[in-house]
Each structure stands twice: as C-alpha cells, then as structure tokens.
Design a protein around this ligand. Structure first.
Ligand SMILES: [Zn+2]
Ligand SMILES: [Zn+2]
Length: 349
C-alpha cells in the first residue's frame, strides 16, 4: 500500500499544492502539528459518523489493551485515513516530508497502546500517554468519546474531549462482541447499518443511517444478526488445537515479515498468493475457535494455496499442482477427515 499512498501524495503535491513549503527543520514542527490536528479531525469523525465508525470499530473491539491493539487497523481504515492525509501535500508539504512524518506519527501509537508508564502524568500536559489513550479504548460511561489525540493532548483540551484516568478502565465496546470470526469482526457494523437502513422508509432516511452518529444505532440488531448467522457453540478447545493456532499465527507473521523484506524482489503473483494465504489463515483461526464445520474444507483450500506457493517459488507449477490434487483427494476420502473433526470437536461427526 505504501507505494500507492506515496504516488497519491506525490500526484496531489505536484498538481495541486497551494504553497511550496521548504524542507526546513521548523516546517517539520509545523507539519507535525498539522498532521496531529488532521488526525484529531479524522479520529473524531471516525467516532461520530456511522460509515467511518464501521471501519474504525475494529480497532476498539479488543477487551485487552496492549501492543496488538495498535496493529488492529483494517485496510478500509488505512484508505480512509489516507484521504485525510491528502490535505498535507495539498497545503504544500512535499511527499518525502509527508511520508517521514506519517512514519513517526504512526510509530508513536505503538507507545500509547501499552500499559507502560502509568505514572507519566507529568507528560500529560503536552502528550497523549498510554493512560490517556487507554481511556479512549474504555467503555466506562465517563470515558466515552474522549481523548481523540494521537501525539499531542492540546486538541482534546481545546475541543473539550479531554479526560484523565480517574477509575479503572474497562476496555472494549459498550456492546459486548460475541465472535472470534475475522470476517464478522471486519464487516458486522456495515451489515448492521444495511439491516437498519432496510427497516427505514424513504430513500433519504435509508441514506441517513450511514451518516448519523453511532449512538443512533439500534443495539438490538447485533444480537439478532449474531444469533442468525454465527450460531457459535462454546466448547472447550483441545490443547493441541491451541498450539496449532499459535503456530498458524506465527507462520502468518513470519510470512508477512519475509514478504515485506523481499517485496521489491518478488512477483505480484507471489505477493497476491501470500496475501490470500494470510487472509484465509486468519479466517481459519477464528473459525477453529468457533469450531465451524466448514473448517476442514477451508484447510484443504489453504493446503492447496501452500502447494501453489511452493510451485510459484520453485517454478514447478505443473508437477506441484498434480501432486497437490492427488494429496487433496486422498485427504478428502481417507479417514483423516474424521480424525480432524474428532480432534476439533472431541467427537466424531
Ligand atoms: Zn478511536
Ligand atoms: Zn487506539
């Protein structure tokens, strides 16, 4: 995505910049202030407009508060954020300055999504601290819609959204979230919006649903949809499965790191292959936790993906494809399917 964002910012700067701001140290400070203010606006709107909240809600679903929450950003959110960042090259900051400040700005949030420095209150006169951003992630009534800033705290103080930590934060959404499904986590709010729009009469009322504040969302919709579509049975996961899940997630991280490192030396086909494999694995991990019956078929598809990956890397497409089809047919017809279900459900289906 970075080359795409770089291209967009560069295009805007070359064709539409209002000023040509030189690369001097004091303009970097101005840029940091602008960037943080744009962030504040983007973040505030992300909580005030349903269609934007649908993308941002994923960042708030976790009931734990740690570094992993910082990385909980969907691809939709990345694109929406980029739209807001376009204002920086439009003002006249060149693309290298914009990318540089965005890397710093993004890195700062890895500090605020931790439990570090609970006694760093002296910093709170100027900076957003882990404690202040933790409040933003809390569902306690007095903490709702507070502390939208990323680096500096004065935007919140200026616009009346500042809140200090006064009681223990309870992290997560105000309406509990009942699923481990990767797909449901990403799309449930969009589906709720469409469901709500369907119940409205008149075109304007239907469209309005997407642009009003999330506080007008009907809270009875989510449980209804979860009951209809998720039907999760809560059973204890077998110990080997927990290790299997950890292995799968570690594999995803490793693949992501290697592909990112070798990005310029790999073909788009291999990049696409890795992307599909990681997405399927994330769907699979959620489905295993929820013990869905379609997992076995998803596993077969993933296995096929793994064979395809080896074929692409080693340039032995035909040999590997024939081999993979034979293996998959064997797996499908041999008792391994029953063994897999037995391990998963602790009983034969
Ligand atoms: Zn937020
Ligand atoms: Zn956050």
């Amino acid at each position: 995505m970075l080359p795409l964002f770089y291209g967009i910012f560069n295009y805007i700067y070359i064709h539409y910049h209002l000023f040509a701001i030189p690369d001097k140290w004091y303009y970097w400070i101005v840029l940091l202030l602008f960037t943080d203010f744009v962030w504040y606006c983007y973040h505030w709107l992300g909580h005030r407009i349903n269609i934007l909240w649908a993308a941002h809600i994923v960042h708030h679903q976790s009931e734990d508060y740690n570094l992993t929450v910082a990385a909980r950003v969907t691809i939709f959110q990345a694109y929406i954020r980029t739209l807001f960042w376009c204002v920086l090259p439009l003002i006249g900051f060149n693309v290298d300055m914009v990318m540089g400040i965005l890397i710093f700005h993004g890195a700062y949030s890895f500090f605020t999504h931790t439990q570090l420095g609970k006694n760093l209150h002296f910093l709170e006169y100027v900076f957003i601290t882990p404690s202040l951003h933790g409040i933003h992630h809390a569902s306690n009534a007095k903490y709702l819609d507070k502390n939208f800033g990323d680096v500096f705290v004065f935007w919140d103080k200026l616009f009346g959204t500042f809140q200090k930590e006064e009681e223990k934060p309870v992290y997560g959404l105000t309406q509990p979230f009942e699923s481990h499904s990767f797909l449901w986590q990403h799309f449930h709010y969009y589906i709720e919006l469409f469901y709500l729009a369907k119940t409205k009469t008149g075109g304007w009322n239907k469209i309005n649903v997407f642009f009003v504040s999330p506080e007008y969302m009907d809270s009875s919709i989510r449980p209804k949809l979860e009951k209809k579509w998720l039907k999760t049975e809560k059973r204890q996961l077998a110990a080997p499965l927990k290790s299997y899940l950890n292995f799968q997630l570690s594999l995803c991280l490793l693949l992501l790191a290697i592909t990112t490192y070798l990005f310029n030396n790999t073909s788009w086909l291999i990049q696409a292959e890795v992307f599909v494999f990681i997405i399927l694995t994330l769907i699979n991990v959620g489905a295993i936790i929820e013990q869905k019956k379609y997992i076995f078929y998803l596993e077969l598809i993933r296995l096929w993906q793994a064979f395809l990956f080896v074929a692409l890397v080693t340039d032995t497409l035909l040999v590997i494809l024939v081999f993979s089809i034979v293996i998959q047919l064997l797996l499908y017809f041999l008792p391994i399917k029953l063994w897999y279900y037995k391990m998963l459900y602790k009983e034969v289906i």
